[in-house]
Design a protein around this ligand. Sequence first.
Ligand code: HEC
Length: 431
Amino acid sequence: MATLRLVLVFTLLGCWFSGWAQRKAITFYDHIEPIVHTHCTPCHQPGKAGPFSLITYADVAKRAKFVGKVTQSRYMPPWQADRAFRSFANERGLSETEIETIQQWIGGGMAEGRPRRQPAPVAVGPNPPRPPDLSLTMRSAYAIPGDNSEQFRFFNVPTNLPKDTYVAAIEFVPGNHQRVHHSRVMADTTNEIRAMDGLSEADPNVRQFQTKPLADEFLYGWVPGNFPVFFPPGTAKKLYANTDLILNIHYAPSALAQTDQSTVNLYFAKGPVEREVRTLTLTENHVSNQPFYLPANTRPTFYMSSGVLPEAISLISIMPHMHTLGQRFKAFAIVPGGDVVNLIKIDRWDFRWQTTYQFQSLVQLPKGAVILAEATYDNTADNPENPSRPPRDVTYGWNTTDEMMNLVMYYVTYQAGDEKVELGPKATSRR
Ligand code: HEC
């Protein structure tokens, strides 16, 4: 009897122990696949911007060391803004636990485990809820040279809109995912910039076009993995009749000659538009320590101010913009009474990952508030991103060898209850 009891106790203990061991062992299918399918596949799958797929066990095991490195350093998934300063609706990132789980999986020999009956779905990123109302594709395919050169090109895409039109969402779809590194979309109502179509930034004729005042200097910015911009219900952005879109596209270097014909999709507002989305852009003209001039071998910091806001507004999104000399960017608002509203802080600026940061809910700035920003640049030879060797004096311009200091914010006039309006792709098309 005593023996039987002992056997029973040991059997139970054994069961408990093996269950514990199973719970503890980190396997690809139980622990890693869900992380990768949520946070990596939006870009690391065929046809997307990531240079290779990270979907299957073989994909991930093959590059496990690299994956461990880039997740631990928080280089991947890419996200520039300081989360502690302000969090956003379209935020990307792994939790400390997820980063640690990946480390333990690699350290433990990358166990595969058994596929789950229902594997985590491969996330592709949020898609707009319906087909676009107007798809605007570049007039002709651009032949990207295969000579390992970077290409910065301008394209002019007429909308031919017969009347002023409200858009509820804007999406950029690269024609060539491998080569289109980023794109900036501007809106022109003069129709006098059409001859710029296809020109290189280096073309001397480009300067003359840049003197035309644009209706919108920054309608939308796209980088790999950026979501379409959705405006909150009841609000929309106005595009004037006959607007031309101007695309400024950066193509990554490659030894392969390829083509690109990218598209901008517009989603028209369907319901009544109660409030028009406006763009508040702080530019080099708002710099208080003028001139905006970056002499060779210096590391200047510039400060800018919106001036006192004449009305209460609600911010939808924010996007700082600098070129390759940019190092740090910070923006905040001071409201009457002295409180500070954090807007965005980027300590390790990376020209390649410029995102439209979408607030989690509308950010109210009362009448009398002031938006302030500061940006630091490094125009020395120590900056590995400096396009000029040796460094040269740099001033304002659209070209990548020039510099910019922009802070682009979408906003609507404030309305009671705005603080509760949820924003971003999660609010619009829940996954
Ligand atoms: C928003 C799109 C995006 C997401 C999300 C993303 N990546 Fe990437 N990843 C890229 C692009 C684009 C590159 C190539 C450019 C570069 O290396 O900067 C890249 C490069 C890499 C590299 C090579 C780095 C190098 O130095 O060559 C690794 C490894 C990697 N990603 C792993 C991951 C992992 C793991 C995840 C998820 C935890 C992830 N990525 C999420 C877009 C993304």
